[in-house]
Design a protein around this ligand. Sequence first.
Ligand code: Z5A
Length: 209
Amino acid sequence: MAGRFITLEGGEGAGKTTQTRLLKNYFEERGFEVVVTREPGGVPEAEKIRNLLVQRDGGNWTPMAECLLFFAARQMHVETLIKPAMAAGKIVICDRFTDSTVAYQGYGHGFDLDVIRQVEVLTLNGFKPDITFLLDLSVKDGIGRSLKHNSGAVGAENTEDRFERLDLSFHERLRDGFLTIAREDPTRVKIIDAMQSPETVFETMVSYL
Ligand code: Z5A
């Protein structure tokens, strides 16, 4: 039996981590094997690339180099983890995927959307999630949640904030970008109001499964 590939997308503090946990329990209670993974990362080689991309001192990449690094990590992730897990009948739940590159690097930073789509075709050859949940909330609410979340972290300072240190107008473009992606592909991408309680967000997602 072929598995399913589910992705969660959204801006800062949208609740992807929270909803991933709830979805994992949901499928496991119904007897499915679940693989939870994330981007950039998910497999050792891609986690090395993650450090180059999201750490504060990861590097000052040109837009093209940054785009290629995201897709290099993604190609490894798809070929060595996601596709094999799906072939084994597992449910793969992934925190971010190609939509994040289109939203962050494309709509957010202004890198050419056609080039991103060309690199996507070259590296993934049309491979897309079966369903994507876009957890949508206002920029103000998302950043507020994210700041609260990070300030509560225990232990070492969180240095994975290269993208979180961007200005408000960037986050507005990001949100609009995600919503545009969803409107262009409504069969795959479901917009979920992330300001609802975690339980209601989860129930709304389940209604689409
Ligand atoms: N990036 C990119 O630029 N291009 C790409 O192609 C990819 C990624 C793949 C790392 O992502 C960075 O990489 C990211 C985009 C860039 N930059 N940023 N930012 P990440 O996914 O690792 O980091 P993140 O997006 O910052 O995740 P996050 O802060 O962990 O957010 P979250 O997982 O969506 O939220 P959460 O941890 O579940 O919830 C945040 C807080 O809100 C927490 O305290 C919860 O208890 C609370 N919460 C959650 N749901 C609710 C509801 N419904 N009500 C009230 N409170 C809630």
